[in-house]
Design a protein around this ligand. Structure first.
Ligand code: MBD
Ligand code: FE
Length: 307
C-alpha cells in the first residue's frame, strides 16, 4: 500500500464515518498520525505481535504514571522547546532572556509561599547532605529589577527523589514559591540535590535500555518564573561537575543554564546565613522577556499534581 492508498483508507474509516459533530483539530491530527503510523507499519514490516507489544507498552506506561517521563526521555519535550525558541525568534521576541528548558513531570502546585526568602528543606537531611544557598535577581532583559515576581522552585533530595512522588518525604519538602523582594531578589536555603534516575524497573527505563540508553539526569533545580507584563519562564539550572551534566537523558541541560556550586567555608559568611557548617552557594539570575501582542504564549496547559 502506498501513502495515497493509506490516506484514502484512513479517511474512509475515520472521516467519512462521522455522524456527529467533528472537532476539526482533533480530526486533522488523528488522520495525520494514523497515516504516518500505517505508513511506518508498511515500511518497517511491523508485525501484529509487534503492534500489540507497542500497545501494551503504552498501557503499561499509563498504569505506571510514566507518560510524563518518557516524553522528555525521548527528547519530545526538548524538541518542543526548540520549536518554541524558533517561534520566538520569528515573532521578534526580545533577545537576552534566560533560556527556557523542560518542565519535566515532577512539579506539584500549591507549595508554601513567602517573600524574599524561604527555607525549602524540612531538615531531614541536614546531617547527611550539604546545605545549599541559592540566590539571585529577576530582571528584564535590560537588567531592570522586577519586584514581586513569582519564583516557583522544586528539586530532588540527596537521593534524587522528589517529595509528593516519594511518600517518605514531608509534604512540599524542597518545593517553594518565593516572591522577589523590593530589590527583585529571591533567596532559598535548601539541601544539595542529587540527579534523578528513572525507576529502574519501570516502562521508561525498559525502553531506554532497549535503545542502549541510561535514564539519568544531572543534579538540577526547576523554576517557573511569573511576573505581570512578562512571559512565564519555565527553566532549570544544572550543576557543574555532575557526571551527567551534558548526558542528561531528558536533554534539559542548555548553554546558559549551567551553574557552579561554590563551597563557602568562611566563618563570617556561615554566621551571616545563620548556619553552623560550611555550605554551597549558587547564584542564578533570571532575565524575563516582555509580553507583547505578538509574543507566543509560554503557558502550557498540562495535567499537574496538586499537593
Ligand atoms: C526529573 O527530575 C526531571 O526533571 C525530568 C525532566 C524527568 C524526570 C525527572
Ligand atoms: Fe527534575
Amino acid at each position: 500500500m502506498n501513502r495515497q492508498q493509506i490516506d484514502a483508507l484512513v479517511k474512509k474509516m475515520n472521516v467519512d464515518t462521522a455522524t456527529g459533530e467533528v472537532d476539526a483539530r482533533v480530526q486533522e491530527i488523528v488522520v495525520r498520525l494514523l497515516g504516518d503510523l500505517f505508513e511506518a507499519i508498511v515500511d518497517l514490516n511491523i508485525t501484529q505481535t509487534e503492534l500489540w507489544k507497542g500497545m501494551e507498552y503504552i498501557a503499561d506506561l499509563g498504569q505506571a504514571n510514566e507518560v510524563g517521563l518518557l516524553v522528555p526521555g525521548l527528547g519530545l519535550e526538548h524538541f518542543m522547546d526548540l520549536l518554541e525558541d524558533a517561534k520566538d525568534e520569528q515573532a521578534g521576541v526580545e533577545k537576552g532572556g534566560t533560556p527556557r528548558t523542560i518542565e519535566g513531570p515532577l512539579y506539584v502546585a500549591g507549595a508554601p509561599e513567602s517573600v524574599g526568602f524561604a527555607r525549602m528543606d524540612d531538615g531531614a537531611e541536614s546531617d547527611s547532605v550539604d546545605t545549599l544557598i541559592i540566590e539571585g535577581v529577576v530582571t528584564d532583559v535590560d537588567g531592570n529589577i522586577i519586584p514581586n515576581a513569582k519564583v516557583e522552585m522544586w528539586h530532588a533530595n540527596g537521593k534524587g527523589n522528589y517529595s509528593f512522588f516519594d511518600k517518605s518525604q514531608s509534604d512540599f519538602n524542597l518545593r517553594r514559591t518565593i516572591y522577589t523582594d523590593e530589590n527583585g531578589s529571591y533567596k532559598a536555603q535548601t539541601t544539595m540535590p542529587v540527579g534523578y534516575g528513572c525507576p529502574p524497573n519501570g516502562p521508561t527505563q525498559a525502553l531506554l535500555t532497549l535503545l542502549g540508553r541510561h535514564g539519568q539526569r544531572p543534579s538540577h533545580v526547576h523554576y517557573f518564573i511569573t511576573a505581570d507584563g512578562y512571559r512565564k519562564l519555565t527553566t532549570q539550572f544544572n550543576i557543574e561537575g555532575d557526571k551527567y551534566l551534558w548526558e542528561d537523558f531528558a536533554f534539559g541541560t542548555r548553554e546558559g543554564l549551567v551553574v557552579t556550586a561554590v563551597d563557602v567555608t568562611d566563618e563570617a559568611q556561615i554566621k551571616a546565613n545563620n548556619l553552623n557548617k560550611p555550605f554551597k552557594h549558587i547564584r542564578f539570575d533570571f532575565k524575563l522577556t516582555r509580553d507583547t501582542q505578538t509574543a507566543p504564549s509560554t503557558e502550557v496547559d498540562r495535567r499537574r499534581a496538586q499537593g
